[in-house]
Design a protein around this ligand. Sequence first.
Ligand code: HEC
Length: 177
Amino acid sequence: MVSRTERGRRGGAALAALLLAALTGTAQARSIPQPGLPPSVGATPAGATGYRPAVNYQLQCAGCHLGDGRGAHASLVPKMKDFVGRFLDVDGGREFLVRVPGVAQSGLSDAELAELLNWLLTGDIAGASRPQAFVPYTTEEVARQRHEPLIDVFRTRAGLIAAMRARGIAIDDGSTP
Ligand code: HEC
């Protein structure tokens, strides 16, 4: 038999637990960095995964870019296969590859991101677009660039594509006519 005071005490404890849950929920919601900003600004990388670049690519990138980097035109994901290396031929392209949201905000450490970009640009995904004289990304370079927010991704990208065109580079990104 539970006494009336005991029941009251239990009720009080349940209410306190509910209140705590509600408060904790609010605290978590508030810890999202600057919720009013677009997703390309203010996110914090989760840290090192400890995987090799090929695995990190499959886990963090292939969901949008597909396993071989062919992208998905219908979802506005550009084709990287045989094209991504061309960004290194124009001013600002090297920085763009780090600052583009999918890269800058991936859950990878700066060192893993540098390793992933180097793997991407020297392997099958860059394929025919592999740069001739590639200077590998360093951890420091990635650390610096990924925190420079890219506010207008589409305009920046369009500027780089225009610069490629001006240099006579064929635009084979699967989405630009
Ligand atoms: C949620 C989908 C998504 C994920 C995940 C994603 N990307 Fe992207 N990526 C895009 C889209 C869309 C673009 C085109 C630019 C933009 O709108 O951000 C892009 C652009 C790029 C570009 C520039 C190439 C170009 O033609 O614009 C590179 C390089 C790139 N992504 C690499 C990566 C890597 C490496 C990862 C994993 C660490 C990754 N992306 C994760 C969707 C994604």
